[in-house]
Unconditional design. Sequence first.
Lengths: 306, 430
Amino acid sequence: MPLSNRHLLGLEGVPKEDIQLILDTTTTFREVLERPIKKVPTLQGKTVVNLFFENSTRTRISFELAEKRLSADAVNFSSSSSSVSKGETLKDTMRNIEAMKVDMVVVRHSAAGTPKFLTNICDSNIINAGDGIHEHPTQALLDIYSIREKLGKLEGLKVCIVGDVAHSRVALSNIFGLITMGAKVSVCGPSTMIPRNIEELGVDVIYNIDEAIQENNVLNVLRIQLERKAREYFPSIREYAKYFGITEERLEKNGKDIVIMHPGPINRGVELSAAVADGLHQIILQQVTNGVAVRMAVLYLLGTMN
Amino acid sequence: MKIVFNNVNVVNPESKINEKKSSVLIEDGIIIKIGKLSSSELKGAKEFDLTGKYIVPGFFDMHVHLREPGREDEETVKSGCNSAANGGFTGIACMPNTEPAIDTAEVVTLIKKQAEGNIVDVKVIGAATQGRNGEMISPMAELCEVGAVGFSDDGVAIKTAAILKRALEYSKMYDVPIIEHCEDESLSGGAMNEGFNSTLLGLPPIPSIAEDLIVMRGILMADYTKGKFHVAHISTKNSVEMVRKAKKEGINITAEVTPHHFTLTDDAVKTYDTNTKMNPPLREKKDVEEIIKGLKDGTIDCIASDHAPHADEEKEVEFEFAPNGIIGLETQIGLALTELFHKNILSLEEIIYKMSINPRKILRLPIPKFNKGEMANFTILDLDEIWTVDISKFKSKSKNSPFNKMILSGRAVGIINNKKMFFDYNFINI
């Protein structure tokens, strides 16, 4: 049974069967990653372009490794600037790249909707590797896979997304995916970082981090952007860390078994204390490993559709 | 040359004319007679059978962006006039956010010169402040002398309350309106309306209160200065309610709405089609409902397109990077008839007020009269023609419309003005 869409633009509206298929396929590739030779010939002869218009280290490496381990030919295109400042429009850039006969495009861009825009102007399979503050579906899929791996199920689990939800593509994709898979999702953060009408997505809003710890099985803790624009949403890093940072004391005080996740990179001492970042509750490095397997699954499922 | 329109309904509420199946005789662009014509009167005339159609006072769009001077690749005075003629307008007012801005007599004169002899009357809105930068009011006296009919910093609101106060006080001497693009600068900069959809789409939001705050500022300032304040492209529920209340209190305030703000909601943005990106952004259902109510009860005086041409290569980009605005001259009448007339929200007379008479009143322009000896200034409407919007047939130089392929009921089939006629997509010698 193939996926229902030949692109992965986000998790909004993606049916449960598709997510299930990706997760199950991930398990297969997860096993490949444990072999001495971590490579399969599945996408031999396919060309994948990693089109990164925004700085990224781990997502780009994760995709590149996934592509190479599927024996696809991977090409990287990085440009930190927007098309506007570069002088060539994205449409022209994309058409030029496609003229070189590529099969799939992985795109990261600061502007929301760019992957969708690419589907209108080219024929390749498009995979969204993060568009603005919209979606980051493979991150959410690896988060969901990691929860399932750790706790054995998704249905009925309570997951809270903590931090700057309003400016996070990871949050939105997680909300869509987790709700589809039957989990109960809440968000927790300073009220200036919780988007308007988020309740309409079917999530609860919590402003107290202790309550979030008590109420949930999993905390997915977002990175706080420390650059100036994001900083306007809370008074100081100190205040954020004090009222929303996850510390060992907080976890102990609330005396509860909880899984701590983080999409990285971590601001140690801000959203997670160093002890929690390296502690027993967290599964941060498992997430990273699973990320490669999830991306292999997505590339494989899309790359063998047509 | 003599021309006659036969079997046509003639409606002009300002001239108290409402005749069914009548005839109109025009000679050299001047109205000779409306009513039954004798065979001698018909002799030698070119006849048009307009069975079922309506002749109404020429429609006027008070909010049009021509891109001359500066971006003649997107629209010129001439191509904008062709677009207006094809859309059914005998007059337009052009906005001052050109390059350079319309803040000197020379630029006003240039535009006037380019429009000379055109079938479409082009009136000029001058910049409210020099260079539209909000620091110093523009030379309004001189601009009025060469023909400016209102002032605006459209694209942005007038920067500070102090400058707005001065602009209202100064423009009062010439009884012309200050036309405000109502958007608080500190809350602006987003790409769509703030709400559930902006959360869903991950697009940076513009909250509705960005508009409301500046509408409120304008109402208070109009009351205080007794100047004329006009709200451009009103788009929010709160703003409509505030204008309604202000009018009840006798404050000198008027408002316009665009067809896209009474037709579409921010649901349309879900496609990430950059032709759904405009400022003010498409709002929510509750806003559209209040706008409809405001059109019905007279809170909103007129309909204007905010015709904003942009080159394809500027619109075919990432949503956040695309410029704001859509063209509207050639879809406006169709949308008003489809969404307002055929849905029994406005009568034909009310449409005529909102698209012909009121905008001219706001700008203190003469209203086309249907009396013997007057120059014919008509829009000819077919209220029932079902047609499909086709941007490739537009006369505008730009094609940025979200309404392409939409099926509409009712169309302007022609205009007569300045002793010229445009009918059925073509100019006709009269």
